[in-house]
Design a protein around this ligand. Structure first.
Ligand code: CAO
Length: 415
């Protein structure tokens, strides 16, 4: 079966996590992704957080599947010539260098347009145009400047960053959508365009509901579903809501059997209005079904934390999986807190290709997260990440370079 992006050629000038997340997705959809790296070291993540000496790290291998790697010194004249050829023959250039690096290399938007007016130039930067546009940015900076850290954690504690890499991988996802959208528009305009995702914007987009809450707070002074509503105080900006559910259905994380020794023996429980009678019966509080202090969602709001404490008396008698089975029988929305170990071993995730085992010539088999976006007519086969420069000769030959020319570039240490 063919692939959705077959025939699309990507000049992948990305490194670390945000850009590579984007180009990996495009590769999984069938694009030919040529990762251009500096000879010697390559993408810095090849050597970061190594678990096996001298072997590409999991950080690198898990973000660079299905790509080809070529080495190139893009700052030397002969290297720039190769880059020009690549720009002429590719559809998209993706980069996440520090601001201005591509211009300093001599490849401004205008220059790229001259070389190939159909080229789409897609960039991740820490910030969009404005006071911080020149700053270098990593994941947690974006979480802090995009509203995530201020709204994560408990209100008696400091701001918290999340384990989910919403700044890096989140930006990569946004960028990938921008690229396929620009490719689609090119079908009618015949022109390329610039695609920019700022990490701050991407995080803020994922924190959209918190900007909603900021405006609700300013209008009404309180937000009834926040834990602060029951006796606490609201300040000027959206507070950290602990484990409260962001939507209209109240929820919280509850202890389950074994929580004293197992840091993940918990379940997320949602007191959805429709199933309130079932919740009351399950936890032995049938009187709450009709008691005016508990019967309606509005009446329950000021006493949510004590309601969750009562449900927890029930949940601590069961393992998280037993609790999940029982709650699901009554259609009560819930979810066990799964550890990374449990997720890695979960057979259903293996069956769908969301967790994949990949073989690598230097490290042997390892686990990775496969393509989370499933297309029925463009299935994903996850192939191992390339070794540094593994495809340099192959790519140059594809571009029309002769054996002699390639040998000369190697002799001059351009590749
Ligand atoms: N040939 C020649 N030079 C190359 C090259 C190649 N193949 N590949 C990279 N370089 C050069 C760049 O041109 C740049 O040179 P100048 O500084 O002279 O312009 C230099 O290598 C370093 O690139 P960089 O500044 O992007 O790298 P850094 O390690 O200093 O910064 C990072 C890393 C991530 C902070 C920065 O790239 C950045 O802010 N990127 C945008 C935001 C982003 O994506 N952040 C998320 C990263 S994932 O956590």
């Amino acid at each position: 079966m063919g692939k959705a992006l077959e025939g699309v050629r990507i000049l992948d000038f990305t490194h670390v996590q945000s850009g590579p997340t984007c180009t990996q997705l495009l590769a999984w959809f069938g694009a030919d992704v040529i990762k251009v790296e500096r000879a010697g070291e390559g993408d810095a993540t090849r050597g970061q957080l190594r678990d096996i000496a001298g072997v590409d790290s999991l950080y690198f291998t898990m973000l660079n599947h299905n790509k080809r790697s070529m080495t190139l010194d893009a700052k030397r004249p002969a290297g720039k010539e190769v880059l020009e050829t690549l720009i002429k023959q590719c559809d998209v250039l993706v980069e996440n260098f520090a601001p201005g690096a591509l211009d300093r290399m001599g490849f401004s938007w205008e220059r790229i347009q001259e070389l190939n007016p159909r080229m789409i130039v897609a960039s991740v930067k820490g910030f969009g145009p404005g006071p911080y546009e020149h700053c270098k940015v990593y994941e947690n900076v974006a979480q802090c400047t995009g509203g995530a850290a201020a709204t994560t954690g408990f209100d008696d504690g400091p701001p918290l960053v999340s384990g989910a890499q919403i700044g890096d991988s989140g930006s990569g996802l946004h960028l990938a959508l921008g690229i396929v959208t620009a490719l689609y528009q090119r079908n009618t305009t015949g022109r390329g365009q610039k695609v920019l995702t700022s990490m701050q914007d991407a995080v803020l987009n994922l924190c959209r509901v918190k900007l909603r809450d900021q405006q609700r707070l300013e209008r009404n002074g309180v937000m009834e579903e926040y834990p602060q509503f029951a006796g606490g105080q609201f300040g000027e900006s959206v507070p950290r809501a602990g484990n409260a559910f962001g939507g209209g259905q109240p929820g919280w994380i509850l202890k389950c059997k074994g929580w004293e020794n197992d840091p993940n023996a918990y379940i997320y429980f949602i007191a959805q209005a429709q199933v309130w009678p079932s919740v009351c019966k399950l936890i032995g509080r049938e009187e709450w079904i009709t008691d005016p202090e508990y019967a309606t969602p509005k009446a329950r709001l000021p006493r949510l934390m004590s309601i969750f404490a009562t449900v927890e008396e029930w949940s601590t008698t069961l393992t998280k999986f037993e609790a999940m089975d029982i709650l699901n029988k009554y259609d009560i929305p819930c979810g066990p807190i799964l550890s990374m170990k449990e997720i890695a071993e979960e057979p259903s995730l293996r069956a769908t290709g969301t967790i994949v085992e990949v073989d690598h010539p230097e490290r042997g088999p390892y686990l990775s997260v496969g393509n989370p976006i499933k297309l029925s007519d463009s299935p994903t086969e996850v192939r191992r990440s390339p070794l540094l420069g593994e495809h340099t000769d192959e790519v140059l030959a594809d571009l029309g370079y002769s054996r002699e020319q390639i040998a000369l570039l190697r002799e001059e240490r351009v590749i």
